[in-house]
Design a protein around this ligand. Structure first.
Ligand code: FAD
Ligand code: MLT
Ligand code: ZN
Length: 450
């Protein structure tokens, strides 16, 4: 056993340092199967002290560290790179299982990085409160991973992304030092906001071990509408109309006929409506009775399915939430997650078709249209063929959009960061990275191209 492995084993215990290739494999290939690499070992520390000891040992030995949560990330950021990653230690945060009682006085909770979003939401619901982030990966995605990627999800339109839920965090930096801000003080104006700096840092600045999170008054959805529409512009317009009618709009999601066909083929679900449409808008609202009447009238004008009880609502949501697995069943997708100004969605959508035709590829589109976020899933090109990635992301930038709305940059888009960030911004980000991680050991190859 090499010296680092011996030290790591002493820190976490032999059962939590994995070297058996069969056990390590689940931590070195990402959810999409597009990204994989090799690791020296996987370590699963149980507390902040162990994480600090791990990072200190890795720093002494100059070993790169790849932080990992639920491994549901879609940009290759949570697994080691294919090149030069043979010596990386994968640090799984899943055993950081602290979950404090909900503080109902402040409407806050402290949760460990390894708690899943489903667990956190259930915990909050038992106290009559709600955690603002929800996503289809809720059963595996973790508090730490969602902070590190600043995850969005289906409720971003209502509560904002993960960083908007974040009141403070605890993290271990590359040198093993611990920064901790879990007091939950909302009015705190004491210099650089390190909590927000780590949100969206994708494991490149520190390992998040716990977070202090804002909770919201529970506001269960009462109404789900699935409307057939002629295309993306109509979907965006309908979402805006519903939003103006319903202050309690909780989700405004989009998908198209080709994606629905893949979902139906993969899941065996029946057609959602009497006839087929080019595109669909799915909206969720916490509506009063009066609002409900108005929305039903609006829905009738649009030929829509309306569901008001839990089971029927879940039935409509399945058409949207099962897109990711259904697309993956059809091939290894290039998952490109962009956001555009509402007025430019249709122009982007049309130009995308031309790009796909040139590349002999097809794009399955869906996303969180209420916040302008489109998931462009390109099927056809091989996993290592980056031409479609570059073309789609360039197109998004040309249409005034961003190359990452919610999934992050990861390894997948590191070489294209300049499409959304200026040279001065990238230089400032690199300076921050160098100041906190001078040896470049935390997630090398993620966010910044090597
Ligand atoms: P991982 O995948 O393990 O890691 C993601 C990144 O965070 C990596 O860069 C990793 O190094 C870093 N990281 C993980 N844990 C830590 C830690 N403790 N400290 C520091 N860095 C860490 N994303 C959305 O934003 N919105 C969605 O609606 C959405 N829906 C999804 C649906 C499905 C079916 C799937 C498979 C994925 C979806 N995702 C979505 C993507 C994914 O769930 C998110 O990116 C999520 O935030 C990843 O969390 P994780 O715990 O799985 O992190
Ligand atoms: C979603 O909105 O379902 C996710 O971001 C997952 C995906 O893009 O496939
Ligand atoms: Zn999404």
């Amino acid at each position: 056993m090499d010296a680092l492995l011996a030290e790591l084993t002493a820190i976490a215990g032999p059962e939590h340092v994995l070297t058996d290739p069969d056990l390590v494999a689940g931590y070195t290939t990402d959810w999409t199967r597009r990204f994989s690499g090799s690791a020296r070992c996987v370590i699963r520390p149980a507390g902040t002290g162990e994480v600090a000891a791990v990072l200190l040992a890795c720093a002494r030995h100059g070993a790169p560290v790849v932080p990992q949560g639920g491994n549901t990330g879609l940009v290759g950021g949570g697994v080691p790179g294919a090149l030069g990653g043979g010596g990386a230690v994968v640090l799984s945060a899943r055993r950081l299982r602290r979950l404090d009682p909900v503080d109902t006085l402040s409407g806050q909770v402290t949760a460990g990085a390894g708690i899943t979003i489903a667990e956190l939401r259930t915990h909050a619901a038992r106290a009559g409160l709600e955690y603002g982030v929800d996503l289809a990966a809720r059963d595996s995605a973790t508090v730490g991973g969602t902070i590190a990627t600043n995850a969005g999800g289906i409720q971003t339109i209502r509560y904002g992304p993960t960083r908007a839920q974040l009141l403070g965090l605890e993290a271990v930096l590359a040198d093993g030092s611990v920064i901790s801000r879990l007091g939950g003080i909302q009015a705190d104006n004491t210099g650089y906001d390190l909590t927000q700096l780590l949100a969206g840092s994708e494991g490149t600045l520190g390992v998040i071990t716990a977070a202090r999170l804002r909770l919201w008054p529970a506001e269960p959805p009462t109404l789900t509408v699935l409307a057939g529409v002629p295309g993306i512009q109509a979907a965006a317009a309908l979402a805006a109309e519903i939003r103006s009618l319903l202050p309690g709009l909780r989700a405004a999601e989009y998908f198209e006929a080709p994606g629905l066909a893949l979902v139906r083929a993969h899941t065996g679900l029946p057609a959602p409506m009497g006839r087929e449409y080019p595109a669909y808008l799915l909206a969720d609202a916490a509506a009063s009775d009066h609002d409900t009447e108005r929305i039903v009238v609006l829905a009738q004008l649009q030929e829509a399915a309306v569901a008001m009880d839990g089971q029927a609502r879940a039935g409509l949501w399945a058409y949207r939430e099962r897109h990711t697995e259904s697309i993956s069943a059809a091939g290894i997708p290039h998952k490109l997650d962009v956001a555009l100004p509402a007025a430019r969605l249709a122009g982007f959508r049309a130009a995308l078709e031309e790009v796909m035709a040139k590349l002999d590829a097809r794009a399955i589109m869906f996303g969180h249209i209420g916040v302008g976020n489109l998931h462009v899933n390109v099927l056809g090109p091989g996993p290592d063929d980056d031409r479609a990635d570059a073309a789609v992301l360039r197109l998004a930038a040309e249409h005034g959009g961003t190359i990452s709305a919610e999934h992050g940059i990861g390894r997948a888009k590191a070489g294209l960061l300049h499409l959304s960030r200026s040279a001065a911004e990238i230089a400032a980000m690199r300076a921050i990275k160098h100041a906190l991680d001078p040896q470049g050991l935390l997630n090398p190859g993620v966010l910044f191209a090597p």
